[in-house]
Design a protein around this ligand. Sequence first.
Ligand code: TXA
Ligand code: MG
Length: 338
Amino acid sequence: MLAHTLDITCTLNRDAILPPMDDLVKEAAEAILAGKLVGMPTETVYGLAADASSQEAVLAIFAAKNRPHFDPLIVHVSDIAMAEDCALINELAHKLMKAFWPGPLTLVLPKRDYIPDEVSSGLDTVALRCPNHPLALALIEESKRPIAAPSANLFGRISPTTAEHVREQLGDSLACIIDGGPSSIGVESTVIGFDAQKTVYVLRPGGLSVDALSEVLGYEPSVKSMEAVVAEDLNSRSPGLLKSHYAPQVPVRIKGPADEWPTGKEWGCLAFQDAVEGVAHNEILSANGDITEAAQNLFASLRRLEASDVQQICVELVPEEGLGIAINDRLKRAAGGA
Ligand code: TXA
Ligand code: MG
């Protein structure tokens, strides 16, 4: 059962008798060491956290999320030294970690035995990331363990960007939820892999833009589109790149650039900047056309659309630049790969 929520925002439901944050992170770390599950804030989305070195704890993650065992987990570390316990880090990976950690970059690297096979679904690689959130870092440091954490949503559903989102779907499975406020980025980390020549490719566009990566790499990494992933059978390398993912429970359609918005009370619409008239529910990602704000609002908007009683959802893609690449990726997946 959910014991309580750890709240640093000091607003709303913060109870004056709650112990200070340090004590609460300590308590969450004890839960981690006892093999329990914790809701962990990160700058991208909230994670469903457990001790990555414990087979049983990792299996509990798959059970709570109803996640298929072929879909491997990301392991969160507090620094490069901890990453070295988990994986073999090549020179380029090291350079990227120094440039972008803590931050929304996940690197797929050869796994060390310290990480049980359950984490990586039997692959010989493990995905590593150092989250840029003080409470996530405090939890990892306090527990002195790498922490496995997929997004804290039921499998295939919309990722959570607030503690409340986590509570709605997974509250009963957790020892506690650390409330670190709304996630500042709002889309998951960018996942990269290395080919045999150590050339980087992007497996999942995310919170770190391809432009920022290119600047450090000195070349533009190829982004494996969903079509390429399916065509090249990369699913076996990043099994989580399933076409239908992040999907609301209501059918989602993508509006083509030349299409009119639909009208009628059965429709809900998700627009980039401008309100849509004549529909039952309308969400706007950013009235100013700010792509950073659009990413922050994406998953909460999709959740509100799902919770409204519309029968169909129509969404518009955003400009395909910067974080827009990750936003459009999630919108296409929400529409089942359309
Ligand atoms: O921002 C994020 O990355 C969030 C926060 C909580 O850190 N986590 C997250 O985890 O999005 P999840 O489990 O929802 O997505 C993990 C992705 C999946 O696409 C999975 O297939 C891929 O990473 N992945 C994990 N391990 C892998 C591996 N060894 N090889 C290739 N892909 C891997
Ligand atoms: Mg996920």
